[in-house]
Every structure is written in C-alpha cells, then in structure tokens.
Design a protein around this ligand. Structure first.
Ligand code: CA
Length: 228
C-alpha cells in the first residue's frame, strides 16, 4: 500500500513540484490549495502525512494542526517562508512535527517525511531509547552516553536534555518544548539555561563543538539531534 500524502499549498508551482517529486517516490499525493479544501480531503480520505504551507488564502495553518491533533496523530510538516518564523514556531509548539523553510530540496522534504512517519503515534515516553550515530552512542535505559566507546559523565540536566532530543531524533524540538520538558513549564522563558546546557553538552559530545555534528542548531527555532 502506498503512502498517502496531503500537500496543502496555494502556490501552483511549488504544489506541482511537490506532487510530481513525491509521486515519483511512489507516494499517493493529494493536493489542496486552501484550508477548507484540506479539511474536506482530511474527512474524506485521511492521509498518512500532511505537508502544510503557512500562507494560505483562507486562514491560519495552526487551526488545522490543532484540529488534527485532537483527532489523530497524523504527522504534519510545516513549509514556510523565512519571514514566517514566529508562525512556524507557534505551529511546532501546537504539535506540528517538523518544518522546512523555502526554498528546500526534494531530498530534504523526503527526509523530513521519513522521520515524521517513524515517529508517528509514538508518545514521548515510549519508543526511542537508544541512539547511535558515528562516534556517539546513547542508551537511555542504561543511562549511558559514550563517545568512541568511552563513557561520558553528564550532569542530570544535561542528560535529560540529551534524552529529550534522542526521543525526537531527527526532528526539530523548539526552545519552548525543551525548556518545558527538561526544566518545567515555569522555565519556558529561560532560554539562557538552554544555551548554557547546550554548550556543556556539545563540549562533551562533539569532536568540534564549534562545528556540531550531532547537536544541530535550528536558528531561532530550537535544536535537532542529527540522525544521518
Ligand atoms: Ca502560500
């Protein structure tokens, strides 16, 4: 059974490009040019993943994300222009899975779709407990982090921060999500904590903390633990 993708995009060229490139990959692509069209298609034929543009003629994509989150765990990947930063972050916090900034390559879109589907339906507590990429190995259950086979000693907070990123490996996690999940809801504005602990983590984990290979910065949005 092929994967069903709903592309919600009002720009004709981008829509056509996404449709053809995803179809080539064997996906079944439906397109909508507005929120109302998207709602109708979602009712009629629920997709496996939604690719959602932000600037739509009849409203705010965030409404659609909230509606979807109430009903089911369909992954949503937000596609935005650079100036739509604030809206993009709001969507991620509302429950969208990831985002792409225009212009993006088809390869990037496919990678995001793959990661989003891998995480589909998995709650934060379950699923990913081990992460391994190149020199880094994290075993959450054993509370063990290794680089090149040598155990690293992390403070509890640094470990919790890394653990939160491991559970969403490959996906962006917003500043707000990290602060809420690691420190607690009352610390949501303390982004300096995040910067401090991220620097600490990078110093331990990265071969070159100035050129991180694992703990990637998503400027203005959050962080992503690399999975490839
Ligand atoms: Ca648009």
């Amino acid at each position: 059974m092929s994967l069903k993708v709903l592309v919600v995009e009002d720009d004709r060229e981008i829509r056509a490009l996404m449709q053809s490139s995803l179809s080539v990959e064997g996906m079944e692509v439906q397109t909508a040019v507005s929120l109302s069209e998207a709602r109708a298609l979602l009712q009629h034929k629920p997709p496996d993943v939604v690719v959602l543009d932000l600037g739509l003629p009849d409203g705010d994509g965030a409404d659609l994300v909230r509606e979807l989150r109430k009903q089911r765990a369909t992954p949503v990947i937000v596609v935005s222009a650079r100036h739509q930063e604030a809206q993009k972050i709001a969507l991620l916090d509302a429950g969208a899975d990831d985002y792409l900034t225009k212009p993006f390559s088809v390869g990037e879109l496919l990678a995001r779709i793959r990661v989003a589907l891998r995480h589909r339906g998995t709650s934060l507590a379950a699923a990913v407990t081990c992460h391994e990429l190149e020199d880094l190995r994290v075993d959450l259950a054993a509370h063990r982090v290794e680089r090149d086979g040598v155990a690293l000693h992390l403070t509890p907070t640094a470990f919790n921060l890394l653990a939160r990123l491991v559970r969403s490996v490959g996906r962006v996690v917003t500043h707000r999500q990290l602060l809420t999940d690691v420190w607690g809801a009352e610390f949501v504005d303390h982004t300096h904590y995040l910067r401090l602990y991220m620097a600490q983590l990078r110093a331990k984990i990265e071969r070159d903390p100035a050129e991180p290979r694992h703990l990637l910065t998503e400027t203005g949005v959050g962080y992503r633990l690399a999975d490839v």
